[in-house]
Design a protein around this ligand. Structure first.
Ligand code: NDP
Length: 247
């Protein structure tokens, strides 16, 4: 793999498993040093760090609940301090509140917005203090911000839609400094959040043009593209990587 990210450092929130782990490993594979955050799965995060270090890059795992703004800011600052700089922020950590509208509690609304929107704002604001020209902010949104083909996802869709305004605003605010901000919008990706083969996955597949679930590595490939030289002139964009579910 070409080392197009040599000399750069990245922070990937929720990088211990699923899409975040695939992103962390891919960025490291392209030469970046990588910090990841986790909230519960410390063992999984340590495994990702060990794999990155075995490949010759520096890595660190930081426990930081995205629902806690102070922890998010501390994770950003610690990445820059431990790895020497910060060039790429990937806002990936996420949860999947799902269920009948009438059952959604205010507590779930607050937590979901805290993890999916407030944390991204706070992390981006903190990262902006460290990023220089060529800096990248890449957030993982969802195809459900564009189209909601099935029931039970109102809260999730609302929270991921917030990333659109946030990303466009960041693109404007940080563009003059040569920093880009984009959101990658996955469709159905085979992870613990949304396992291929579940009864729900058969419903989802009916709406996917390519007729199959995506792999975490297919999201990581787009993130790596945006993080690298190929992403230099892309900003304020919402990029679908969804097998055509929004086609
Ligand atoms: P997983 O459930 O496999 O992984 C979720 C990750 O987020 C874990 O690393 C987890 O950390 C972390 N996380 C969860 N809550 C918090 C929190 N409060 N603070 C910090 N980290 C947290 O999900 P995916 O990999 O599938 O999802 C990754 C992103 O992609 C999410 O934003 C999700 O919304 C989005 N997405 C996923 C799709 C899919 O079909 N899978 C489709 C569209 C978007 P820990 O391991 O410590 O628990």
């Amino acid at each position: 793999m070409a080392e197009q990210l040599a000399g750069r450092t990245a922070l990937v929130t929720g990088g211990g498993r699923g899409i975040g782990a695939a992103i962390a490993l891919r960025l490291a594979g392209e030469g970046a040093d990588v910090a990841i955050t986790y909230v519960r799965a410390a063992d999984r995060a340590r495994k990702v760090v060990a794999e990155i270090e075995a490949g010759g890059r520096r890595a660190t795992a930081i426990q930081a609940d995205s629902a806690d703004p102070d922890a998010v800011v501390a994770a950003v600052d610690r990445t820059a301090a431990e790895l020497g700089r910060l060039d790429i922020l990937v806002n990936n950590a996420g949860i999947a509140p799902y269920g009948p509208l009438e059952d959604v509690t205010l507590e779930e609304v607050d937590r979901t917005l805290a993890v999916h929107a407030r944390a991204v704002f706070v992390a981006s604001q903190a990262a902006a203090r460290h990023l220089g020209p060529g800096g990248r902010i890449i957030s993982i949104g969802s195809s459900l911000a564009e189209r909601v083909p099935y029931e039970g996802w109102t809260l999730y869709s609302m929270s991921k839609s917030a990333l659109l305004g946030l990303t466009r605003g960041l693109a404007r605010d940080l563009g003059p400094r040569g920093i880009t901000a984009n959101v990658v919008q996955p469709g159905s990706i085979d992870t613990e959040m949304n396992p291929d083969g579940s009864p729900e996955s058969e419903t989802e597949k009916a709406f996917i043009a390519l007729g199959r679930y995506g792999r975490a590595e297919e999201i990581a490939a787009m993130v790596a593209h945006l993080a690298g030289p190929g992403g230099a002139y892309v900003t304020g964009a919402a990029i679908p990587v969804d097998g055509g579910v929004t086609a």
